[in-house]
Each structure stands twice: as C-alpha cells, then as structure tokens.
Ligand binder design. Sequence first.
Ligand code: ADP
Length: 277
Amino acid sequence: MNDTSIARHRAHADFSTSGGDIAIEAIDLVKDYGEGDTVVHALRGVNVRFARGRFTAIMGPSGSGKSTLMHTLAGLDAVTGGHILFGGRDLTDMNDNELTMLRRHRIGFIFQSFNLLPMFTAEQNILMPLTLAGAKADREWFDTLVATLGLGRRLKHRPNELSGGQQQRVAIARALVTKPDLVFADEPTGNLDSVSSAEVLGFLKRSVHDLGQTIIMVTHDAVAASYADRAIVFADGRIVADEPNLGADRMNELLMSERERAARLFDRPAMRDAAAR
Ligand code: ADP
C-alpha cells in the first residue's frame, strides 16, 4: 500500500466513524466530456471532503474543472467514474427522481445572476422553494434569515426595486430557507460592485459561522475566496492546492503561481502530457 492509498483508506475509515462531520465527499471523481480524439478530461480523479459548517472556496483558471465539480457534486451532471457520498448515500447510484428530490430538499443554490422571479416580492421569492414543495415555512427560521441578511424593510419590494446586493441577499435567503445540508454558490459576486460583494460575502460567512450552514463557493476572485475558511485551487481537472483560511494577498499569490505553472505546461506539450498521466 503506498502513501496515497493509505491516506485514502484512513479517510474512508474516518468517514464511517465520524461521517456526521462531513457534508459531502468525492472519491476518485472522474468526468470526461466527449470521447475518442475529442475527449476532454474535466475531472481527473478528484478526492475531496467538505466538512459541515465550513465555507469553502473553489478557485482556479477558466476551464480548470470548478463548475464540473460543482455540477457533479450537486447531482446536476452524471460522472464518468468515482463516487460522491452525501448523507450516507452514494449520489452516483441515485436515479433522476431521487436526485431531483435531493436537490429540492437538501441542497441550496446561489447563482451569479440571482435568478429571482420579477413578478414576486422579496418575501415570496424567499419562500418560493417551500411554496413549490407545498411545505410550510418555519417562521422563526425565516425571521432569523431576514434579520441576518438585513432584509426586514425590503420584504414587500419586487426585485427591480432592489439593488444588486439586496437581490443577491434575497437569493441567499431563498437558498437557506429550506435549511439545506449544503449550499452551492456559483460566482455569487460576479455581477456585483465591490461594496455589494463585500456585503454579500460577509453574509455568506455569517450564515456559516452564526447559522451553521455549509457553503461551497466557486469563484475566480481571490478577494471573494479570502472570506472562506478554506480554498481549494483547481488546475486542469485536479486539485493543486488546498489551503485553510488565507488572506486575499496570499490567495492571489497562489493563483498567480498556478497560472504561471499552467502557462509553462501549455508551452511544453510533453510536460503537459506527463502531468496529465
Ligand atoms: P471552470 O468552471 O473551471 O471554468 P469547467 O468545469 O466549466 O471549468 O470546464 C472544465 C473543462 O470541461 C473545460 O475544458 C471545458 O471546456 C470542458 N467542458 C465543460 N462543460 C462541457 C460540456 N458540456 N461539453 C464539453 N466540454 C465541456
């Protein structure tokens, strides 16, 4: 048994004994798009565990596999190989109906473009996942979210009466209202100015530290990632760095060095092939 397989074996032993601390885990995750000469290896055997109640940023250059990881973990995209353990189940064994139920009840999504329904008020938008599921709101939780997100005086407004930052705060409340086990945020500050970004990131951080949420955020913004407890850097379908709690400067350095490494590999096809093996 080599070091890697020992580490993996140990990781699995931990999962079975203290699985409650792990929100989701990917094991040897492989995702290819296409086949033959045109195959793209978007994920090349990714092993990663996300602890409950933590805020993780996934970073990396465009095309490095960040969205593919998020989509496969959320059960939106089928995998080519490997396993995804979530709540004691392997997502890769679930049928479409089970995956739909899982996404509806246990996973929250926050998008770059907010995706609010324009004809409904902020309150109706926040409650929409429960309305669609025919479920009753937990009023206390709703009030906690509204207070945490500073939306108390905006509940009767429609999206076009709200600033970008306020709209994203409504979208965050909507993602959290079902008390999901896991929240995925896809470039949540991509459409916001720097002040609104800071505000939204601050709220995401509070929802993790004060309300116990688990958030996995894809971003290519080092400042955004610096709000997270952990940063995972992707390059070419692999995790190339996994660091706790970095400041924005250190995060930028990490990204720069990965970009330089990628550029060097790109210039030298033989090295690129070797790295791919
Ligand atoms: P990122 O989110 O880091 O920008 P992606 O996960 O979107 O990267 O993409 C990883 C690789 O997979 C890229 O080479 C991309 O072109 C490819 N890819 C992503 N989605 C598809 C798809 N639907 N069909 C074919 N190739 C895809």
